[in-house]
Design a protein around this ligand. Structure first.
Ligand code: CTP
Ligand code: CA
Length: 220
């Protein structure tokens, strides 16, 4: 399959993509997570392969087949996702953070199933490390692309997120409209980079992914 990686916009490039949700354990039978389907990240992996890239996914728990010619590493928690990305990032040219990483995890994972008790209870949470910021801050790091899930002032928050995390590109997702984005088949995004932006009209995630890959190839 060497010829597979010899032509296309990203011929011979190595692309690493995070996808899906993370699961943050509370006890042996419970976790905190979110509704990310993983579809956008998996569509990006397919588009990267089609563009000639050697493509690796670091994926949280999802119900999707691994795209052909993609190497997939399965993880559960944000800490596991960070560790796997750190192992793999030295060997990549482009990093795309598409995962919906849980911002917080339970401060303690109980070794036994938590028993029901009082009528109210509180849960202590601690912040997870920011995976895409960590990658962007690494020396001689890859071209780093993030997503920004926002419900208001989408482009404003996305651009400041790109700057704060030192990203080369960010894909702004309006998650206030539940018919697109997070857990749906279609998406509508605006891609921002330091010198400009481009809105990609509503389309299925495969079409959006191909356009994102083309923009990455043109701007890296
Ligand atoms: N991200 C990450 N590690 C985290 C949290 C987020 O790598 N612990 C990445 C996501 O994969 C995405 C980008 O950061 O590419 C932005 O995620 P988002 O949830 O929109 O932003 P946050 O920085 O978490 O800020 P907030 O949720 O408060 O808006
Ligand atoms: Ca977040």
């Amino acid at each position: 399959a060497a010829s597979l990686f010899s032509s296309g916009l990203l011929a011979g490039k190595r692309v690493l993509i995070t996808a899906g949700p993370t699961r943050e354990a509370l006890d042996p039978v419970r976790y905190i997570s979110n509704h990310s389907s993983g579809r956008m990240g998996y569509a990006l992996a397919t588009a990267a392969v089609d563009a000639g890239a050697r493509t690796t996914l670091v994926s949280g728990p999802v119900n999707l087949p691994v795209p052909e010619h993609v190497q997939c590493h399965r993880v559960e928690s944000a800490l596991e996702m960070l560790e796997k990305c750190q192992q793999l990032v030295a060997d990549c040219d482009i990093f795309i953070a598409c995962a919906a990483v849980a911002d917080y995890r339970p401060a303690q994972v109980q070794p036994q199933k938590i028993k029901k008790g009082d009528d109210t209870t509180t849960l202590e949470l601690v912040k997870n490390p920011d995976i895409v910021s960590t990658v962007a801050a690494s020396e001689n790091g890859p071209f780093t692309v993030g997503f920004a899930a926002e419900t208001r002032d989408v482009l404003h928050y996305a651009r400041s997120k790109m700057q704060r995390k030192s990203l080369d590109m960010i894909i702004a997702n309006d998650v206030s409209d539940s018919s697109i984005g997070f857990n749906s088949a279609e998406n509508e995004v605006t891609v921002l980079w330091p010198g400009g932006e481009q809105t990609l009209a509503r389309a299925n995630k495969a079409a959006i992914a191909r356009q994102i890959v083309e923009l990455i190839a043109n701007h890296r």
